[in-house]
Each structure stands twice: as C-alpha cells, then as structure tokens.
Design a binder for this molecule. Structure first.
Ligand code: AMP
Length: 308
C-alpha cells in the first residue's frame, strides 16, 4: 500500500461567529495528510511552499510519517494564503482572499520513490496540476480520488472536465455538485457528474452528512450532532484524508468498504470542526478515533423487527 497526496500546504485566516484567527497553518494537503496519517504509517506528499513556511510544521508532518521529498520549498517566495468568513449558521462561507503565490506557477514534481504509488488523493488544487500528477505517474494508481471547489469551476472548467475523465472518486460538497452539474437535485447532479468520469461520487453536506453514489447504489452517512462547532475549515479535506487513508490501509475499494470509509471520513471531519485550524486533529489518540466511530454506529442503529 502507498498513498500519495497532492494539495495546498498553506496559511489561512479564518473568521467564524466564535472568533477570528491571524495567519494559521492550513491548506488542503496539510489537512489530508494529517487525517490520513492515523490510518497509514507512511505516505507521500506533493506540494509547494515559500520559505516563509515554518520548518516546525514540516517536521511535524515528517513525524507523522509523511515523506516530504515531493514538497518544494521556493526561496524568496510566499506560501499560498487563503482567507474566509463563515455565515452565522456556519453552513456557508465567503472567500475573502486567495493569494496563489507559489501555487501560481506550481509544477508538481513526482519523485522516483512515489512512482509505484497505488492510491492517489488529489486535494483541492488547480485541475491542470492535478492532471499533471496523474500523467507523471508512469503506472496508473489502483484508485484516484479528487477534490475540487467552485473557484476552479469558475476559472478552469475545461481543464477540470479533462481531469475528471481520469479519476475514480470525486469528493465535493453539495453547492459544488450543483454548480458542476447544473442540476439542483443531488440525485440528478450525481448522474450528470458520474457521466463526466468518476465511477464514485461523494457529496458532502456539512452538518447534514454525506452521500456516496455508485452505479444504482446510494449510501448516506449522517454528520455527528456536535456540542461545539468552532471552525469548519478543512473539514472536507479531513474527510478526504480519513476516507482515502482508510481505503489505502485496507487495500479494498469495493462499494461496501467505501461505505466504511465514508463513516471514517465523517468521524475525522467531526474532530476537525471542534477547534480552529488543525488544532483538534493534530494530536488525536487511536482511542478517541475508535470512540468517535462507535458514536456513528450508535447514532444510526435501529431495530425495525416487528415495526410493521
Ligand atoms: P475545506 O474547508 O475542506 O474546503 O478546505 C479549506 C482549505 O483549502 C484551506 O486550508 C485553504 O488553505 C485551502 N484552499 C482554499 N482555496 C484553495 C485553492 N483555491 N486552492 C488550493 N487550496 C485552497
């Protein structure tokens, strides 16, 4: 088993009804790598940062088993910066700033040691970069999953459609599914999107859970009702990291196992939102994760014997 993650490693500034942060560590690649590290011992990242990115964070990722040979550090350049503000119910957010900086001309390097990778997680990045990584792997991985966002749909729809043809699993949220398909019904949207390429589609609905579509099958996982939600940033990436980390560790990409992966992704995302940035997911224990997964089992357990 080997997992390669591609995604931004960045700085974020976030505003929610509960507070505001200055520049903190963020980036889709960061969240994915931290989340999947609880399932895979070793993984590989492809990304780029400027020399303003703290070495301490790079060391932390290395401690979590992340091979950083594919992380480029650009001298004299600035890391990607994103800033967002959440609505009062935290179900929607506005992007206030996207400074691509080092991402503007990012040319992903796929080190030789990554070439035999079997699982590829393409985190939110320009679809042209995502496609380059697929093309630079000499052997196609067993499973390619991908995330994207409205930003790329607005400015790079043609490239996005090309990349979608090459992947197996697309993981996006409900707004993105509607924008990509032009359909309001998520069932209709799922059909349209799967015709664009991915055989599997996960649609995340924030506090309303996540749907997994494949062929004629649909699976639904609720989100855990939480007492405290501070910052939803990175929840989608944390979901993707848990999902793909679990698939890679079990080496099983059947629909049945993907259902388990959706629950694991949902459990990991539920931690992420409890604090700002990566604070809550940085140092989880295996016990905490197991207990959280059990909460999902209890939440969805019911006995219908003799009900009708
Ligand atoms: P999520 O809340 O799961 O959608 O992910 C938020 C993370 O995505 C933040 O940490 C940002 O740094 C990162 N991000 C936001 N916009 C972009 C973008 N256009 N390209 C790459 N990463 C992004």
């Amino acid at each position: 088993m080997s997992l390669v993650t591609v995604g931004s490693v960045a700085f974020d500034a976030v505003e929610t009804p509960f507070g505001k942060t200055d520049k903190i560590i963020g980036g889709a690649g960061t969240y994915i790598a931290i989340s999947s590290s609880y399932f895979v011992d070793k993984q590989n990242i492809i990304s780029v940062v400027g020399d303003d990115f703290p070495q301490e964070m790079i060391d932390k990722l290395a401690d979590k088993g992340v091979n950083l040979e594919g992380l480029q550090i650009k001298k004299g350049e600035k890391s990607f910066f994103w800033s967002g503000k959440y609505s009062n119910d935290m179900n929607s957010r506005d992007t206030l700033v996207t400074e691509l900086n080092v991402l503007a001309d990012f040319d992903p390097i796929v080190p030789e040691s990554y070439q035999s990778c079997e699982y590829l997680m393409l985190g939110n990045l320009s679809p042209a970069v995502q496609l380059k990584v697929i093309e630079r792997l000499r052997k196609r991985p067993k499973l390619i999953a991908m995330d994207t966002m409205n930003f790329w749909m607005d400015i790079a729809m043609d490239e996005l459609k090309k990349t979608l043809k090459k992947i197996d699993v697309l993981i996006i949220n409900d707004d993105e599914a509607r924008q990509l398909s032009g359909e309001y019904s998520l069932v209709k949207a799922a059909k349209v999107i799967r015709e664009m390429g991915p055989r599997y589609l996960v649609i995340k609905k924030g506090e309303h859970g996540a749907l997994l579509f494949h062929d004629t099958h649909v699976f639904f996982a609720p989100a855990l009702p939480l007492t405290d939600v501070f910052d939803p940033t990175g929840a989608g990436d944390t979901f993707a990291g848990g999902f793909m980390g679990y698939i890679a560790s079990t080496e099983d990409s059947s629909f049945e196992n993907m259902k388990r992966a959706v629950i694991i992704g949902s459990a990991m995302a539920s931690f992420c939102v409890e604090k700002f940035g990566i604070e809550r997911i940085e140092n989880l224990s295996v016990e905490e994760i197991k207990d959280r997964i059990d909460e999902f089992v209890v939440l969805t357990d019911f006995d219908m014997t003799h009900a009708i």
